[in-house]
Design a protein around this ligand. Sequence first.
Ligand code: UFG
Length: 388
Amino acid sequence: MKKVLVTGGAGYVGSHTVKELVKNGYDVLVVDNLETGHRKLVDHRAKLEVADLADKEKLKSIFEKYIPEAVIDFAAYLAVGESMEEPEKYFQNNVANFINLLDAMNEVGCKLLIKSSSAAVYGNPTKESDIPWQEDFTECYRPEKSALLSGNWQGKKIAGEEFFQCFLDHYNSIYADRPELKLSSDEIIKLRIPMSIYGVTKLLDEIVMKKYDEFCGLKSIVLRYFNVCGADPSGGIGEAKPKPTTLMTLAIWQILGRVPELSIFGDDYSTSDGSGVRDYIHPSDLATGHIKALKFLVKNNKSDIFNLGTGTSSSVFEVISAVEKASGGKVKYTIKPRRSGDPAISISDPRKAEKVLNWKAKYNLRDMAETAWKWEINNSKIKIQKSK
Ligand code: UFG
């Protein structure tokens, strides 16, 4: 196994994985439309084709020319809030373009896929024992109504089951002539779990992958990431979003004076210090997780789903404190009301990945803060040099 095609390989987690792949001797072709990715994040040992997965013809010609043995797919939108305001855009990129990718793979006989998914598929815990999240939760929990929060569908404010039905009708109308992609009632029930359209698109992708396994033998590994933060220890690659929304990056940006203050969304949760608790995971750990998953898939030719998290919990205040220690600065913050849709706690049970893939995260919160800080400092230097 040598040739791997990586979609979205110029993005945050994608670029870390590409670096790890080339380090391990893989021949890597990155396919990225550079809408949110950056050419400079792609390791110089990998090739880059600038292409959009919406362009079926171009995609097909890339596959015919390169003939990859496996694909790792990172190409997706990932902002939870935005997905509620622009659900059709998320449908197009995260679902329709993904199906184009699966079709292109099938046409050239490439039958191995590693796919980035998210803890967002788990929605909100309904009871204490749901945490830590285990992979089979999405198989076992059968909600009667969709948990979708309020959003916007074709100019109309909408939420819950009504929002979900609009999304479902959209899928059904687009794939009316593809009986193999028809959703069963069990699959529809499952799709009611996530609270965001982002989460629904990821869970729908997982379901679609299962269908491709059944009808054309395309085997895949789903990796459900928890909260990603930190950067490659070299300081050379990291998250490069023009408008970050995640906690650690915003805390760093506050110290750097790029945002006037950090809002802490709620200090009245029933957690140790009242703030939200998450399972933070380093992108270099995700990168090794992808390689272990790829090796497992090549060896066993069997589809499966794994959480990628540390299994440990950190509160908002603990993240702030880690950033302050790493930077030597002080984060200016104010306490704001809870953010709509935030669960109090989200933690992974990573034991399945440890047992089956022999993978375990090695970076802790302090490493994440230190590497993220190093990257932001380096990245701002790059920008300053360019603008001179
Ligand atoms: N938070 C703040 N202030 C901020 C930003 C975040 O207090 O300005 C808090 C949140 O309330 C939460 C914690 O920090 O308690 C983490 O929030 P993030 O926005 O960093 O991350 P989320 O947990 O909301 O979401 C992340 C990714 C999603 C992914 C999800 C899966 O951004 O893409 O994890 O768990 F789906």
